[in-house]
Design a protein around this ligand. Structure first.
Ligand code: SF4
Ligand code: SF4
Length: 401
């Protein structure tokens, strides 16, 4: 596919043309906070701040989403075939069968909801796009698991136009886990900022279609512009910290499941759930019914695994009643349970959870400590003694969901 160029001053025209065919969502600064919002003509897109406060996942996996409406209705006896006229005239003479059908009964009407407007998300970063790919596996029926029609309809109707990160933050670690500032996973078209504008690469048919829809604002990129984009990508990649090596983390988390150090690590956590809400790949939700008289809605709403009630069962038993268990679950889910099931990680290294945690808990540190061999095992290895399996913490009876 041809590589294009979009002049900086043509960005509003480009988005305007896209907006004629689909909802455009872009990072916009409001009251000092950058958030993804439905874009309207005249609004400035904020690309100098590397990451919006929250990832754009809420435009595909909604914070609150009604997925069916329902209503109860009492059916009158005559609709069921009862002879109500005879009963009213002479209640005593009505036979047993007529009395039986005269009892009113209740019906339930159900109206499924599934709106999936065409939309283009512009200005997300490659780590945000990768987050969608990770959620796709969960909601997309990977390996025969549940296929979610709401999520998939929205995902199908969404085009992701990502922008290469030029100035990664100190909290970024995408390169440590297989991504990068110009990562292409999940990206439909990649925009790289160079002098005077963006070098634009369509990576999928959806991306190509979006660029065709806004073609008037694009020209062919020159060799010099393409080379400049390559330099931006290389330079950005070199700026990103690599805080840990992935190898062995999954096995070490498994071996450390009953390690007391989880308590120490969890001490500062206040179970606020912020890290899960800002994360581009956390997908937990709960389902609720809301009923007013005889009509209601069933909706799902984001939940988070730090919530003390998150795993409470109807019996009252809570398998993760302790904070340290919930804390352990989040990191083990991302680097052990999910990889076991989907053969990839549930983290894209965006660093939002680090930036936004009110008590400065750092996922890189947790993975470095709890994803390393247990101290007794490490000491045994260092002295070249046989593996000190007897001293290693006992593995609890299996991972949590
Ligand atoms: S766990 Fe943290 S670093 Fe990883 S994707 Fe989620 S918010 Fe980003
Ligand atoms: S943001 Fe920090 S304090 Fe809040 S639940 Fe996450 S780790 Fe705990």
């Amino acid at each position: 596919m041809a590589i294009r160029f979009l002049k900086q001053d043509q960005l509003p025209a480009f988005l305007g043309q896209l907006a004629e065919k689909a909802r455009v969502v872009a990072p916009v600064k409001t009251d000092g906070v950058v958030q993804f919002q439905p874009w309207v003509s005249g609004q400035d897109v904020e690309l100098d701040v590397l990451l919006a406060k929250q990832s754009p996942k809420e435009y595909v996996f909604l914070q609150t989403e009604t997925y069916l409406k329902f209503g109860y209705e009492m059916v009158k006896p005559e609709a069921a075939g009862g002879d109500t006229a005879a009963e009213e005239a002479d209640p005593v003479s009505v036979d047993d069968a007529a009395v039986e059908v005269a009892i009113p009964y209740e019906t339930v009407t159900v109206e499924p909801q599934n709106e999936a407007p065409a939309q283009v998300i512009f200005g997300l970063r490659p780590c945000d796009a990768r987050g969608f790919v990770q959620m796709d596996q969960v909601f997309g029926g990977y390996g025969g698991f549940y296929y979610d029609p709401l999520y998939n309809a929205r995902r199908e109707a969404t085009t992701l136009l990502a922008v290469t990160c030029r100035e990664p933050r100190s909290t970024c670690f995408c390169t440590a886990i297989g991504g990068g500032p110009a990562g292409e996973e999940g990206v439909d078209a990649l925009f790289t900022q160079v002098d005077g504008g963006f070098v634009v690469e369509a990576l999928t048919e959806k991306g190509e279609a979006a660029l065709a829809a806004a073609g008037a604002a694009l020209t062919d990129a020159t060799d010099a512009q393409i080379a400049a984009a390559g330099e931006v990508k290389t330079a950005a990649g070199a700026k990103i910290d690599v805080p840990f090596a992935l190898e062995g983390i999954r096995d070490n988390l498994h071996d450390n499941i009953a390690d007391d150090r989880w308590h120490d690590q969890a001490m500062r956590c206040i179970s606020c759930g912020t890290c899960t809400y800002v994360c581009p790949s956390c997908y937990c939700f709960s389902i609720n019914d809301e009923l007013v008289e005889s009509t209601g809605e069933r909706y799902r709403v984001w939940d988070n695994c730090f919530n003390p009630l998150y795993t409470e069962e109807t019996s009252g038993h809570n398998p993760r009643a302790q904070k340290s268990n919930r804390f352990r679950n989040r990191f083990s889910h991302k680097f052990w349970y999910y990889p076991d099931k989907y053969d990839s990680l549930l983290c894209s290294g965006c660093g939002r959870c680090i930036m936004n945690c009110p008590t400065r808990i750092d996922i890189r540190e947790i993975v470095r400590v709890m994803g390393a061999p247990a101290p007794a095992v490490a000491a045994g290895a260092a002295s070249e003694a046989p593996a000190a399996t007897g001293d290693a913490p006992a593995v609890a009876e299996g991972k949590e969901a």
